[in-house]
Design a protein around this ligand. Structure first.
Ligand code: ZN
Length: 367
């Protein structure tokens, strides 16, 4: 380590403005300073701020006691430094190598990609579950008001039919959560020609089902409660909140990258109207529905008829994809005609795959 001899150089002790002649030597993990007048000092190498290696210019070394070493002959200093067996500061070395710069850039890309793929979902799920219930409820109420303005009208279902369905679902939840630890939920029926046969869940446990869906499944109450159980799965996993947190994380990241973080919070309220739950969230909600149905004595395959009828409706409306909103009879409102709600159940892809899932579901395969 200390293969090099001493180097003669100049020292400012931090008090006097006068430079003093000194010799420096590296001994083990220490820098030894020996002044011509006999004064000696020792500094741990790790606490010395070594000069960056530039191509020219004097070398300036800062000592932990406020002193300073100035060495005019840069090449001489660098040679002594290398001969002392010291490695280049990693950062300095990297900055001098283009190849290393590219590696560092690739590393950043990999890091960002990893943050995107794993970090953001993990963080948003974690944060979503940290949000207190009261805030969850307020966010839910606010988004429900917003969606209500955009998509929903008062239900035209007879009160008795609404009550029957609500009781049926209450009974299912009570059987599926015998400890009484079901998440809080509130069910509302609404007419929505725009959304068609549909249902969705919002933060705070607000579940909306359209009259159109009740009519589509009028003879299949088990499938109706199955759809509600799917929505309760979204409530239990806080998927709505997760979505909002995720959207704001991503716009926050974009803001950081572009240097403009202003206004990303303003996008949050619109998130629930424009974003979809992830495939994983949907599969989890389906699995949740299957377990709930099974726990209350209904075979999960009761859900199959729902997807079959959705498929049939899609077929009548045109090729594949989420059902376009029917704007029958009002051409005046372009916004509403093109509207759809990605978090709603009718927008979820792959009816075929889901039919298979519910048809083939078995209790022991889920453990
Ligand atoms: Zn869903």
């Amino acid at each position: 380590m200390d293969g090099a001899g001493p180097i003669e150089t100049h020292w400012f002790d931090g008090r006097s403005p006068r430079a003093r002649a000194v010799t420096l030597r590296i001994e083990g993990a220490e820098l030894l300073l020996h002044a011509a007048d006999g004064e000696q000092r020792r500094y741990p190498l790790a606490r010395v701020r070594w000069p960056e290696r530039r191509t020219h210019g004097q070398r300036q070394t800062e000592l932990p006691d406020g002193g300073l070493i100035q060495h005019a002959d840069a090449a001489g200093w660098d040679a002594w430094w290398r001969a002392s067996g010291q490695r280049e500061g990693a950062v300095v070395g990297w900055m001098q190598s283009w190849r290393a710069t590219l590696v560092a850039m690739a590393g950043s890309v990999v890091f960002l990609a990893a943050a995107w793929v794993w970090g953001v979902p993990w963080l948003s799920q974690t944060l979503a579950h940290q949000v207190p219930d009261s805030l969850d409820t307020r966010i839910g109420q606010q988004s429900l008001r917003q969606l209500d303005r955009l998509f929903l009208g008062p239900s035209e279902l007879p009160q008795k039919q609404q009550e029957d369905l609500r009781q049926r679902f209450t009974a299912l939840v009570e059987r599926a959560y015998p400890q009484g630890d079901a998440p809080h939920w509130e069910l509302a029926f609404h007419a929505s020609p725009v959304l068609g046969a549909n249902a969705f869940a919002l933060p705070g446990g607000f579940i909306v089902m359209t009259d159109e869906l009740v009519e589509l499944l009028h003879d299949q109450p088990d499938a109706i409660v199955g759809v509600l159980a799917h929505e309760l799965g979204h409530v239990e996993h806080r998927d709505g909140l997760d979505l909002m947190v995720r959207a704001s994380l991503i716009s926050a990241l974009v803001g950081v990258v572009l240097g403009d973080a202003s206004g990303f919070l303003a996008t949050v309220p619109a998130t629930l109207a424009t974003q979809a739950y992830s495939r994983d969230a949907e599969r989890r909600a389906d699995a949740h529905a299957a377990r709930l149905l099974h726990a209350s004595g209904i075979p999960p395959s009761a859900m199959v008829v729902f997807f079959e009828r959705m498929l049939k409706e899609d077929g009548e409306d045109g090729e594949g994809g989420p059902k376009p909103a029917q704007g029958r009879g009002d051409d005046s409102d372009d916004g509403a005609r093109g509207a759809s709600l990605p978090i709603a159940i009718a927008s979820h892809p792959d009816h075929g795959e889901r039919i298979r899932f519910f048809r083939e579901w078995q209790v022991d395969a889920q453990r």
